[in-house]
Write a protein that binds this ligand. Structure first.
Ligand SMILES: [Zn+2]
Length: 380
């Protein structure tokens, strides 16, 4: 089985764990960060600034600032936080972030977008009304009312308007034509897809960040709290293409994400089903599946599937036509840092859970046997 989690060479956003590493004991000048984030404080947006770290890192870190720094001008906060971040981000990682920014800048300065309206988030033009209503109600009941959970941990719901799918497809096509004509060498979305494009690389990063923060995180907070669903703070957004002259299928793997959003954008196709085989931790990623974990999903235009990144899956061959899907890998730096210290994953790994139940069963059986034995002793 091929597992993508460890081998993806296109990591995005920031180094997992940086934020928390800082929190656990950094001092800059003589001001210390607080140990627990301020829950009431609403961080500023750091979008649009020329920074050497992702804007979302600054927003995440802001809640940890000493109280007297929360109200100072944004530039002063940036200065303070940058100083701390520079101490903690390894040199290689800093280089990688720097190279990626230059790569994106180069593309954005040369590529002429076709549909500028999709580069900023306009919820009413993007999402179907039922989804918007559920998000604005923001309760588990409202989310459940528009979703099905055909297999534990796999949620499916109508998300994008067909007209938005069409615009996005046309933009991707325009970008690919530009790549062909300009002979610009682009990086593909991950190690497993030869075709497809990274949407963040040609200007859609801010829009997709908004999609994650305002629309996917509220849902993940309810359904995937145990894998950092409430603290998603960076993403990798891309499209994959299957069919003739494109990738045929996609092998069995896990994603380099805490939560994955997968939306079918079209066009006409047959085949291409997603197959799911249970959620696993690193240790158990190659173990077998239980019958209740086996589930196949057929894509429908505009419809989304939301699942944990560690939910093992693959895509069957697209047998005719052309299928294009939008993928948003959502990540939580807090969760990644916690994972280093936390040994017990039983709440979300199917195999850990099975082992735990087995241990309980054995211990109950042993206790019963012991009681029977004592009873036997006392009656003789
Ligand atoms: Zn496990």
């Amino acid at each position: 089985m091929s597992v993508d989690g460890g081998s993806v060479d296109r990591r995005e956003g920031h180094a997992p764990g940086v934020v928390n590493g800082v929190v656990s004991g950094a001092a800059s000048s003589n001001q210390r960060l607080r140990l627990n984030p301020s829950k009431e404080h609403k961080p500023e947006s750091y979008e649009g600034l020329q920074l050497d770290f992702s804007p979302s890192i600054f927003s995440s870190l802001e809640r940890y600032l000493p109280p007297n720094l929360l109200s100072v001008p944004r530039d002063d906060k940036v200065k303070f936080m940058r100083e701390i971040l520079l101490k903690y981000l390894p040199h290689g990682e800093r280089n990688r972030v720097q190279k990626q920014r230059e790569y994106r800048q180069k593309i954005i300065s040369k590529y002429q977008p076709l549909h500028r309206e999709i580069y900023t988030m306009h919820p009413a033009n993007t999402f179907v009304p039922s989804f918007l209503k559920a998000i604005s109600d923001n309760t588990e009941e409202s989310f459940r009312s528009i979703m099905s959970e055909p297999s534990p941990g796999v949620f499916s719901f109508e998300l994008l308007q067909p007209s938005f799918c069409e615009l996005l497809l046309s933009e991707v096509e325009n970008f690919e034509n530009w790549v062909d004509e300009s002979k610009f060498r682009i990086m593909r979305p991950n190690t497993m897809n030869k075709y497809g494009a990274v949407l963040d690389d040609f200007g859609l990063e801010t829009m997709l960040d908004k999609l994650m923060e305002s629309f996917i995180r509220p849902i993940s907070k309810v359904f995937f709290p145990e894998v950092g669903g409430a603290t998603l703070d960076s993403h990798h957004g891309f499209v994959v293409e299957y069919g003739k002259d494109r990738d045929a299928d996609l092998g069995f793997h896990v994603d380099d994400s805490e939560v994955t959003l997968n939306v079918c954008l079209g066009k006409q196709f047959s085949g291409g089903e997603l197959y799911f085989r249970g959620t696993r931790c690193d240790k158990h990623v190659n173990t077998g599946s239980q019958s209740e974990e086996i589930f196949d999903y057929s894509h429908v235009l505009g419809r989304a599937v939301l699942h944990r990144g560690r939910h093992r899956h693959g895509a069957r061959a697209t047998t005719s036509g052309h299928r294009i899907n939008l993928l948003l890998w959502c990540r939580s730096s807090v969760f990644r840092e916690m994972k280093k210290y936390q040994k017990d994953f039983s709440s979300w790994c199917g195999e850990c859970l099975r082992e735990k139940k087995e241990r309980q069963r054995t211990s109950i059986a042993a206790t019963k046997w012991e009681l029977l034995r004592r009873e036997g002793e006392s009656t003789t």
